[in-house]
Ligand binder design. Sequence first.
Ligand code: HBI
Ligand code: FE
Length: 289
Amino acid sequence: MTEYQNVYDSPPDGAKPDWTIPQNWDVFSPDEHAMWDQLFKRQSDMLSGRAADAFLRGLDILKLSRPGIPDYRELNERLMAATGWQVVAVPGLVPDEVFFEHLANRRFPAGNFIRSLDQLDYLQEPDVFHDVFGHVPMLTDPAFADYMVAYGQGGLRSLGYGALDHLARLYWYTVEFGLLQQPDGLRIYGAGIVSSYAESIFALDDPSPNRVHFDLMRVMRTEYRIDDFQQNYFVIPSLHHLLQVTVSTDFAPLYEQLEHLPDIKIGDIVDGDLVLTRGTQAYEKRAGH
Ligand code: HBI
Ligand code: FE
């Protein structure tokens, strides 16, 4: 996930200058491995028919169903063979440019701790379950793998334009909360959804949120919330489309336009939207926002 305070300003003790730390897989306790197993079972039982084929294939390729928190030495052999990506351990959130530098070089930084029982459904900082179960399966898909590289490169460039806030919305509404239109139905590919039991149901089945066709400019104008279910999901027609749009667009003129365009509020439908489902926003009213 994104945009919380970094826990540290500079690499903490034991971290390298690129903020990576040893995974120290041998140090996870039996309770921590059991927590992974519990989360894994709950999510994977529910995700068939909900998660994108690419995600389910990724679980399989990486053999993530094996018990316990994955050991990156083994995981990376499989991931590397699929798309040249690897997972590296970091203490928690890392600064934006460090994050982008890793992505641009096909390294996915994953939090090196696992949530506790009282955080089963919600936590602010990305833990190993969110990062590895949520993000890494999609990195076995060649188009998505290249998209993440392009995002990292674009992220580094965006820092020079002061456009990070706009670009971060692209990450949010694709990598974290994206939906995909498969020939056999609407599916989840966003890590923030697939790693959440409740949102995996809400995102596809609840009448409350809008589901709108993905448009790059529209997405970069749209505000988002980090503390509750989304009220907009953006639907891509294919992972190739997402990659294609990203690599064939010159973002510099878009950033220029974005400076003069108003932001779009959460839950609003605007001219030009291709609406798949117009949400009732009932969840919003119920939750009293
Ligand atoms: N660090 N570990 C970690 N994980 C993230 O998802 C992350 C980060 N630092 C910055 C960041 N995300 C955001 O800046 C981008 O997603 C935009
Ligand atoms: Fe995430």
